[in-house]
Design a protein. Structure first.
Length: 242
């Protein structure tokens, strides 16, 4: 499954052309029907990407809210994931707006409902859908790493993603090449001294934000701001946040 907006926005253009033509014969024709949406979702793609997590309470977390300004991923301490797709478009040259919030919501809801129905539980849910001033925004929540990878992970450039506590990481992650946010080299032992940190092991190519401040990261990663990292690696890289 490719990124949802990358698929749906072009499809909505085609749908609008058809509907406009039909509405000339029947002005009461709706833009989109839920039957059409559900019927067009098809199956979902299975992924072999590796996921692993050790859930933990968020009572100790210092939470930084997810307020995206560009397409990317947000990782919480409990292993849940949010994704943001933010796409610019123009209505210039069209007699009527190509996209609106409710039309986009209808399409995405059908897609998400189809996936959840196939899985037997509501693993994915819609948090935000908005079309304003030439910008379409879609934020989805995934209750687990597996749900994220299965539904859209590789479409966001992620091939492997694991999240755990300091203790879990010490036992399961081959931590190496770590630096603090000033670029100073640190040992895994030093980086994991604070038991309240959360450790992420990730490979792929994407922008990832975290629910706390980044404290240490692999030297090959780019620190964008206090809680956001640009990942670009075929092998595991590491981020430690609190």
């Amino acid at each position: 499954m490719r990124r949802i907006l990358r698929i749906l926005l072009p499809l909505l253009v085609v749908a609008l052309v058809i509907v406009v033509a039909l509405s000339k014969c029947n002005p009461n024709t709706p833009i989109v029907s839920s039957t059409d949406v559900n019927g067009s979702t098809g199956g979902t793609k299975n992924s072999s990407s590796e996921t692993q997590t050790e859930p933990r309470s968020t009572a100790e977390a210092v939470t930084i809210e997810f307020k995206p300004t560009m397409t990317g991923i947000y990782v919480a301490r409990d292993g849940s994931i949010r994704t943001a797709e933010i796409t610019e478009f123009s209505n210039d040259g069209f007699d009527r707006d190509r996209y609106d919030t409710e039309t986009l919501r209808s399409y995405v809801t059908g897609w998400v409902d189809s996936y959840n129905s196939a899985k037997g539980k509501a693993s994915v849910r819609i948090e935000t859908i908005d079309v304003t001033d030439g910008i379409a925004t879609l934020i989805l929540y995934y209750d687990s790493l597996n749900a994220f990878i299965d539904f859209q992970g590789e479409d966001f450039g992620i091939t492997s993603l694991r999240v755990g506590t300091a203790e879990f990481a010490a036992r399961n992650f081959a931590l190496s090449g770590l630096k603090d946010t000033e670029g100073n080299t640190v040992t895994p032992i030093d980086a994991l001294q604070d038991e309240d940190v959360t450790v992420v092991a990730v490979s792929g190519n994407s922008l990832i934000s975290f629910a706390g401040e980044v404290k240490f990261l692999s030297g090959s990663l780019t620190l964008v701001d206090a809680n956001t990292v640009r990942v670009s690696s075929k092998s595991d890289t590491f981020i430690i946040f609190k």
